[in-house]
Design a protein around this ligand. Structure first.
Ligand code: BES
Ligand code: ZN
Length: 916
């Protein structure tokens, strides 16, 4: 037990070490639902047996907000008691023989504002059971290691709920009395209860029959509200691509006759992998060229992929307990990242350089998320290992550490199962990347564990065992520290070159700061992909893999002949081969060489990021107005990139985008958000001014006129022309030029697709031009009936650059808008989260009004949706690094929330950790 401050609530802490196997198994579950929004009746008939490996004990079933009407054991009434929210049965039949348990309960889906369990959205029933929502539907052993066979009967009014769906195959359907009807579904696969789902309502679907490689036929369906059918093509294409990819890369086929995706506009998360019946936030399903941006299209592809890939990594093999969450989430994020990379490069098959660049673009985007959000988490009060040791509320542990860092850990395993390089230094093709060895490891994982609930250890062991002799197999116990130790390791690199012996020595040292509950860290196994360039940019040492396992290690490279005896330039951590901070004293000249010439596009981008960061940090530390933060050499190099005849546009857009304010903040011990904002804005203004003619050229020459396609090439062109338009409009603001804002307004009016339209609108809003106001109005009148587009409208206004504190009043005013509601998570995120999390210059106010607003919203949300409230509560995680007056003001706001006696467990845990 953890005792919280001032004798308030006492929260139970769950410990990984305390895991014990369940005392009972539930072999079959037969559920009948009489669906009614006010009062749904649930009959749950189970067949149980004692787990012979566990001492005999009472059966304790989890429940939450249920009304219990009846409990029968083998058809007879029985005694039971309640212990907090658990239903306890002490007088069950002894011995190993199975017995029947029947439980009849009711619940109130229409009143379910937490959106966990069975809830109603737009007159349609949905469920969300992961992690612990099934207990809000019926009493059960709500834990992932209890796997059962399900059969489900749904009954509801036929007119109001014509479509009745659940997991698996449709066995029967038909009419009942009083205008009701029923459907019976049977799932042929055993599953943990968190994968249960039902949907009932007025829905329409796009469907398609596909034949798998095996020759088996499958029915694919995407269900949406009528009126949204014209926005389902991309999701269906993404699903078909996902199925094909998992077969081709891992030999994993769809194991169901029918695979359904259903979209709902009220959803706490992005999407959920329920067996055969994925439920999605509309944001990750609905798209057409008029309403969705290129980013939306890309997100849909990766989320559809992600949930589909869970069918094997998560559903066929699931987690033993929730501490193993990264077993399914880290691995499945890795799979969806690889999927998106493969699709992007396949679209460019035939042009090797373009394909490589498209892979790098996706990698850079993923690393950017990891470094801005996960590195910050790993350095803050919520830091936890990829496999945590304890939690209070599991919903708080669906984090970027479990997901993004977890994916990096799997990626390192793939890298470390590449066969050792031969003396000649080359191993061709796939083997070189470890893809082949990793696929073998996955095959062994399924051979050993299909149908089981397992641990991260089981996964790592299978990958290593399938690849004897590789670095992973050699260092497995040490490698697993990535699961156990929190915090981002720092790798310090020092290089030296001896011109007479033609030797280059690279010394790498690693360290990792303390994190909550972990003072001391042992060395990690860190794969460092590297190469060497001479100072003219020619590669003098081809890419190779170093494996750092000690606190300090030196590596020597011989026979390096370089012009003029000038030291070679190291290109380290290529493709971001490990989730670490690389510290190296690069000179500006070295970075410019890497930016211009590195054969690894990730490190080209990284070189520009380092140059920006060096400039930003010295400007932040300097006194007075930032002025000419970027030097002439860097500006020239950036111009060369922008004008480069062969580089692709998406890559250029990434190189020409400055590091985020939050990422700059992470490099500092004391953070003045206003100072960082001022410096970054000055850098943007300088980029806009110095490259003005180049931006104008880039805008004109990258506009797409053909019909809209969300492919990597044309979306890259739109991204670059969009950035260019932002830059020329920004410059216009500083020079009172009217040409470009008028141009932007025209683009906005005449746009053929949402990407161009939104870029034009955003250019006007972010440059603070007066034309933004009529454009925002017109955007509203064009799209007021499109909820997902309205989310963009709210979000854009909430993330506009602050000018004299104007954003907060706008946000408060928008809360009064008839289209605003805090009850809808997407809408809450679009306005409130955009302001608190994505607009540091507006949120961190010296009058503390941003923090007051934040604390009010956390409390308001917590009263009906603790899960969403707890996400918002994390906006001030890093408060203790803030400079005054922000630090004290943030502390006051946190304390105000903490003082509330009836906080949810979710918010209580986040705030307690922040204040600890
Ligand atoms: N299993 C999760 C959904 C989930 C998350 C359920 C948290 C319960 C609590 C799903 O597979 C998932 O990871 N969804 C992500 C999107 C994904 C593409 C990373 C999400 O919802 O954010
Ligand atoms: Zn997932």
């Amino acid at each position: 037990m953890m005792h919280l401050r001032d004798g308030q609530a006492t929260a139970t802490v769950i410990h990984r070490e305390a895991y014990t196997a369940p005392a009972f198994w539930i072999d079959t579950v037969d559920l009948s639902f009489d669906l009614d929004p006010a009062k749904t009746r649930v009959l749950n008939r189970m067949r149980l047996r004692r787990n012979p490996d566990v001492p005999a004990q009472a059966l304790r079933l989890d429940g939450d907000e249920l009304n219990l009407a009846r409990v029968l054991v083998n058809g007879q009434g029985t005694s039971f008691k309640m212990d907090a929210s658990q239903l306890v049965l002490e007088n069950l039949p002894e011995g190993d023989a199975p017995f029947d348990l029947e439980i009849f309960t009711t619940c109130a889906p229409a009143k379910n504002t937490k959106l966990m369990g069975l809830f109603v959205s737009n007159d349609t029933f949905f469920t969300q059971c992961e992690a612990e929502g099934f207990r809000r539907i019926t009493y059960f052993l709500d834990r992932p290691d209890v796997m059962s066979s399900y059969s489900v009967t749904l009954r509801a009014d036929k007119k109001a709920y014509p479509v009745l769906l659940s997991n698996g195959n449709l066995l029967a359907q038909g009419p009942l009395e009083d205008g009701r009807h029923f459907a019976q579904w049977v799932d042929p696969h055993k599953k943990p209860c968190y994968l249960f789902a039902l949907v009932a309502g007025q829905l329409v679907c796009r469907e398609q029959r596909v034949t798998a490689r095996s020759g088996k036929e499958h029915l694919l369906q995407v269900y949406v509200r009528s009126g949204d059918l014209d926005k389902t093509e991309h999701a269906m294409n993404s699903l078909r691509a996902s199925i094909a990819w998992d077969e081709a890369r891992f030999g994993l086929s769809l194991d169901l006759e029918r695979f359904m995706i259903v979209a709902t506009s009220d959803f706490n998360m992005g999407a959920m992998e329920n067996k055969g019946l994925n439920i999605f936030n509309t944001k990750f399903v609905l798209a057409n060229s008029a309403t969705a941006t290129d980013t939306d299209y890309a997100n849909i592809e990766s989320v559809v992929g992600h949930e589909y890939f869970h069918n094997w990594t998560g559903n066929r093999i699931t987690c033993r307990d929730w501490f193993q969450l990264s077993l399914k989430e880290g691995l499945t994020v890795f799979r969806d990242q690889e999927f998106s990379q493969d699709l992007a490069s396949q679209a460019l098959a035939g042009d090797e350089a373009a394909a490589k660049s498209a892979r790098a673009v996706k990698r850079i985007e993923d690393v950017r998320l990891l470094r801005t959000v996960q590195f910050a988490e790993d350095a803050g009060p919520m830091a936890h290992p990829v496999r945590p040791d304890s939690y209070v509320e599991i919903n708080n542990f669906y984090t970027v550490t479990i997901y993004e860092k977890g994916s990096e850990v799997v990626r390192m395993m793939q890298t470390l199962v590449a066969p050792a390089l031969t003396a000649s230094g080359t191993v061709g093709g796939l083997a070189h990347t470890g893809q082949e060895g990793f696929a073998k490891g996955m095959a062994l994982y399924f051979e050993r564990h299909d149908g089981q609930a397992v641990t991260c250890d089981d996964f790592a062991q299978a990958i290593a065992d399938a690849n004897p002799g590789t670095a992973l197999a050699l260092y497995l116990p040490q490698f697993k520290r990535w699961y156990a130790q929190a915090g981002t390791p720092r790798v310090h690199a020092v290089g030296s070159y001896d011109a007479t012996t033609q030797r280059y020595t690279l010394t790498l040292s690693q360290s990792c700061a303390a994190s909550p509950g972990q003072e001391h860290k042992d060395p990690f196994v860190i794969p460092v992909q590297m190469g060497l360039l001479d100072h003219t940019g020619r590669e003098v040492l081809a890419s190779q893999l170093l494996v750092l396992t000690e606190a300090t290690q030196s590596f020597e490279f011989h026979d390096l002949s370089v012009p003029d005896g000038q030291a070679p330039v190291p290109s380290l951590l290529r493709d971001f081969s490990a989730p670490v901070v690389l510290e190296m004293d690069f000179s500006p000249a070295q970075l410019l060489t890497l930016l211009a010439h590195d054969s690894d596009p990730f490190n080209q981008w990284e070189a520009a990021q380092r140059l920006y960061m060096q400039a930003a940090l010295s400007a932040v530390r300097a006194e007075g107005e930032p002025n000419q933060v970027l030097d002439a050499a860097l500006l020239d190099a950036l111009r060369t990139v922008l004008r480069h005849p062969n580089m692709d546009a998406a890559f250029k857009e990434l190189v020409l985008t400055l590091p985020a304010e939050t990422y700059i903040a992470e490099q500092l011990d004391v953070v003045d958000p206003q100072r960082i904002h001022t410096v970054r804005e000055a850098m943007r203004a300088q980029l806009a001014q110095a490259l003005h003619d180049d931006w104008a050229w880039a805008f004109e020459s990258h506009r797409e006129n053909g019909s809209y396609q969300p492919d990597p090439v044309s979306s890259g062109r739109r991204a670059l022309s969009g950035l260019a338009l932002h830059m020329v409009c920004l410059h216009a603001r500083n020079t009172a030029d009217t040409h470009w804002p008028e141009r932007a307004l025209k683009c906005f009016d005449n746009a053929h697709n949402m990407t161009d339209r939104f870029n034009a609108l955003s250019a006007l809003v972010t440059s603070g031009n007066a034309l933004a106001t009529p454009a925002l109005q017109r955007f509203y009148s064009l799209f007021s009936r499109e909820a997902l587009v309205m989310d963009k409208w709210f979000a854009l206004q909430a993330s506009a650059p602050d000018r004299g504190g104007n954003v907060l009043p706008v946000v408060r005013q928008l809360m009064q808008h008839p289209d605003f509601t805090l009850k809808n998570p997407n809408r809450a995120r679009s306005l409130i989260f955009s302001f608190c999390n994505a607009n540091p210059g507006a949120f961190h106010r010296s009058d503390a009004a941003g923090y007051v607003f934040w604390s009010e919203r956390v409390l308001e949300l917590d009263a009906f949706n603790p899960q969403v409230a707890a996400r918002l509560a994390r906006a001030l995680d890093r408060w203790s690094k803030l400079a005054e007056p922000y630090r004290s003001a943030a502390h006051v706001a946190l304390t105000r929330i903490a003082a509330k006696s009836d906080l949810s467990r979710d918010v209580r845990e986040v705030i307690t950790r922040a204040l600890s």
